[in-house]
Design a protein around this ligand. Structure first.
Ligand SMILES: NC(=O)c1ccc[n+]([C@@H]2O[C@H](COP(=O)([O-])OP(=O)(O)OC[C@H]3O[C@@H](n4cnc5c(N)ncnc54)[C@H](O)[C@@H]3O)[C@@H](O)[C@H]2O)c1
Ligand SMILES: N[C@H](CO)Cc1c[nH]c[nH+]1
Ligand SMILES: [Zn+2]
Length: 426
């Protein structure tokens, strides 16, 4: 069911070059949704919600009321709420370590240089809700936003057919300090937050989603900022013969169940392990719901690479640049220095990806589609911006003026040179 690819080969090159954000047909559909929401306002937004989510939403129920959020507490299992609170605390503690102070450095001649770090004012967090609901993504977005000090955190998530929002997502929103919750999903929600349709526009949109959500974020970038392209989930497992085939198979399926577009990759020097993992996948698939989604994901996007050794396995992994990288080898830390391209790295048999998806503390909003080459996990900096501070003293100004004038003249920008020259004593 999962294609086997030897490495190096032309087939390997083709697989590793595949870029999941190059889907022109989806991009065109997304562009149409964005344009219609932008031009026609809430009429288009609510019509898309009816069409894609099957829900009747209008001005009267678009924003989720405080009463509905409070009522959600009576609909959740107290033991799950307790787990959610523990997860929230772990995520908060991890992200608080990322905080950095503003600084202003007075120098001996009276000059002051510095960097102010301030929270963004209004951020829209997207929480997926199509095939499954993601209370964990509420925490992963909103907790770092609040740690960063964002005063207005707006949450968008698609409603179910009856218009309801998953009660666990609502209690997670309250626990994390979300300020406004709206019933909307997909590209139409991204457009509404970017262009201020039905709500005040946001400055930045963060959060994961399917291909429609992710291409919509890409298309509104520039009107607002975005965090990254956090699309359909991916896991790449590097394993040797010491790995338990049942663990590798289970970790494959745990990501395949997210989306038919999810990608699951095993890279191993052991053909025997590959055979055992395939047998385990077939066995475990039969015991799990969402079987059709997983089978399609494995068939369309799954791969097992047979490599010469673990050194080569690291090369394949770096070329793929996975969202999640699991290292299930005898000495996982020995490979760490060679693994340079991944959103998050999970080492050893007791760090399966769901530990990070839900609980450990690091963020589960991660770059996909090869974009881990240049994006970082969602973090506190995502929700802050920096402003530089320059306060020159007269002594420093007089000292540097000649250099600045010379550089301005070299660029042919005489007015710049003049703005310095006029301040010099004759
Ligand atoms: N990279 C990450 O950090 C990360 C984290 C969590 C989840 N994810 C991913 O998030 C995604 C969640 O996907 P989901 O679908 O369950 O929820 P979603 O909320 O992302 O998408 C649902 C929305 O997609 C839109 N949609 C669906 N079919 C459409 C169509 N044919 N045309 C136009 N719009 C359409 C609808 O508006 C619907 O509301 C998965 O791909 C999962 O792997 C990624
Ligand atoms: N694996 C997802 C990121 O790709 C995160 C998640 C949330 N819930 C379960 N999993
Ligand atoms: Zn997951």
């Amino acid at each position: 069911m999962v294609r086997r690819i030897s490495y190096p080969s032309a087939e390997a090159d083709a697989y590793l070059q595949k870029k999941s954000f190059d889907d022109v047909a989806v991009a065109e559909r997304v562009a149409e949704v964005i344009a219609n929401v932008r031009n026609q306002g809430t009429a288009a937004l609510f019509a898309y919600t009816k069409r894609f989510d099957g829900a009747d939403v209008d001005e009267s129920n678009f924003r989720v009321s405080e009463a509905e959020i409070d009522a959600a507490y009576s609909q959740v299992d107290p033991s799950v709420l307790a787990a959610l609170r523990r997860a929230c605390e772990n995520i908060r503690r991890f992200h608080e370590k990322q905080l950095r102070p503003s600084w202003i450095e007075p120098e001996a001649d009276g000059t002051m240089l510095g960097q102010l770090i301030r929270p963004l004012e209004r951020v829209g967090v997207y929480v997926p809700g199509g095939l499954a609901s993601y209370p964990s993504s509420v925490l992963m977005n909103a907790v770092p936003a609040k740690v960063a000090g964002v005063p207005q955190v707006v949450m968008a998530t698609p409603p179910g057919k009856d218009g309801s929002i998953n009660p666990y997502s609502l209690v997670a929103a309250k626990e994390a300090g979300v300020d406004e919750v709206y019933r909307m999903g997909g590209a139409q929600a991204v457009a509404a937050m970017a262009f201020g349709v039905g709500l005040k526009a946001v400055d930045k949109i963060t959060g994961p989603g399917n291909i429609y959500v992710t291409l919509a974020k890409k298309q509104v970038y520039g009107t607002v900022d975005i965090d990254m392209l956090a699309g359909p989930s991916e896991v790449l497992v590097i394993a040797d013969e010491s790995a338990a085939p049942a663990y590798v198979a289970a970790d494959f399926l745990s990501q395949a169940e997210h989306d038919v577009r999810a990608a699951t990759v095993l890279v191993t020097p052991s053909a025997a392990l590959a055979d055992a993992v395939e047998a385990e996948i077939a066995r475990q698939l039969a015991t799990l719901p969402r079987r059709e989604i997983m089978e399609q994901a494995l068939r369309d996007n799954g791969a097992i690479f047979i490599v010469k050794d673990l050194e080569e396995a690291c090369q394949v992994s770096n070329r793929f640049a996975p969202e999640h990288l699991e290292v299930l080898t005898e000495a996982p830390f020995a490979l760490l220095g060679k693994l340079t391209q991944a959103g998050a790295i999970f080492l050893g048999p007791y760090s399966p990806e769901p530990v990070g998806d839900y609980f450990a503390g690091p963020n589960h909003v991660l770059p996909t589609g090869g974009t881990a080459r240049f994006y970082s996990p969602l973090n506190v900096d995502t929700f802050q911006k920096k402003t530089s501070l320059i306060a020159y003293s007269k002594v420093r100004f007089d000292r540097d003026a000649k250099d600045i004038i010379a550089l301005a003249k070299a660029e042919g920008l005489d007015a710049h040179a003049n703005a310095v020259a006029v301040r010099l004593e004759k």
